[in-house]
Design a protein around this ligand. Structure first.
Ligand code: NDP
Length: 279
């Protein structure tokens, strides 16, 4: 199964499908990521906040897979927004991962009510990390359109991606439209709604008709919309299921039917980035 690569606005590229490790316990991360790499995933999405960068690094090191075939993302933790802490914690992330560079480093949350509302200085410090190639690309996560416009207006540097909550019950269309308008890609977190979408009857009907599983149909919906996904699973058979997305497609009517499940902000699983303030 070949995973397509998408072009980022900074000249780099990213595999459209990856593997997420949110809520993978640190002591099980190396084994879990090793299984994901064996299944075929080459793009791993972790974060300082997840506490499992070390386990990710162990799995990468023991895999024997050449570094240039891997795409590794990590994210700045909420207590590290001060520019000196950006630089210090980035060094710590590289050490924990055992890498000399990451492919993508993201501001995890904008925290507009913290740090005197100054996520622009944080973004400037992030952008400087690309100068020596230790971060190939930098981007943001959980940025609303006004947050995005502000960092772009005030620094002139485009994030490569905006990683935000997107799944059929929360299409997050205004943010996706803003991302597209600025020319940056959307990464869809919790792409299967942490499993909550899988018993939806509309998705179930499409899955049955196509001989696929609800998870595959949901993930394929994201792929057809052009978003990047990295479903998480602790089970190898589910990792395999979630990886098998590129030998079928959905009709435009099926894509529309799934998009029609959007409940707006009532469909959110995670916190609202405009008010989320946990450091
Ligand atoms: P997902 O939507 O990927 O769902 C994961 C859940 O679904 C797990 O409970 C998993 O169980 C279950 N599952 C996975 N595959 C299947 C399947 N085929 N059939 C049935 N159940 C399945 O949720 P996540 O929140 O983990 O989101 C994915 C990634 O997005 C994260 O790991 C992280 O990398 C990123 N993320 C980023 C955030 C941000 O703020 N930037 C916030 C949240 C997530 P099991 O493990 O037991 O198989």
């Amino acid at each position: 199964m070949t995973v397509p690569s998408l072009s980022l606005n900074d000249g780099h590229s990213i595999p459209q499908l990856g593997f997420g490790v949110f809520q993978v316990p640190p002591d099980q991360t190396a084994a879990t990521v090793t299984a994901a790499l064996e299944v075929g995933y080459r793009h791993i999405d972790t974060a300082q906040m997840y506490g499992n960068e070390k386990g990710v690094g162990e799995a990468l090191a023991t895999s024997g897979i050449p570094r240039d075939e891997l795409f590794v993302t990590t994210k700045l933790n909420n207590m590290n927004h001060a520019p000196d802490d950006v630089r210090r914690s980035f060094d710590e992330s590289l050490r924990a991962l055992g890498l000399d560079h990451v492919d993508l480093f993201l501001i995890h949350w904008p925290l507009p009510t913290q740090y005197d509302g100054d996520y622009v200085s944080t973004w400037k410090a992030m952008t400087e990390l690309t100068a020596d190639g230790r971060a190939k690309s930098v981007g943001v996560s959980n940025f609303e359109p006004d947050h995005l416009a502000r960092v772009i207006d005030e620094t002139g540097v485009l994030p490569a991606v905006n990683q935000v909550e997107v799944h059929p019950r929360f299409g997050n269309e205004a943010v996706r439209a803003a991302n597209a308008e600025h020319g940056l890609l959307t990464e869809a977190w919790s792409p299967i709604g942490q499993g909550s979408i899988l018993d939806d009857p509309t998705i179930g009907e499409i899955a049955e008709r196509l001989g696929r599983t609800p998870a595959q149909v949901t993930l394929r919906w994201h792929v057809e919309r052009g978003d990047i996904v990295f479903p998480k699973s602790m089970h190898r058979e589910r990792m395999q299921e979630n990886f098998a997305l590129f030998d079928f497609d959905l009709s435009p009517d099926d894509v529309s039917a799934i998009s029609g499940l959007d409940r707006g902000s009532a469909g959110r699983i995670g916190p609202d980035p405009a008010t989320f303030d946990r450091i």
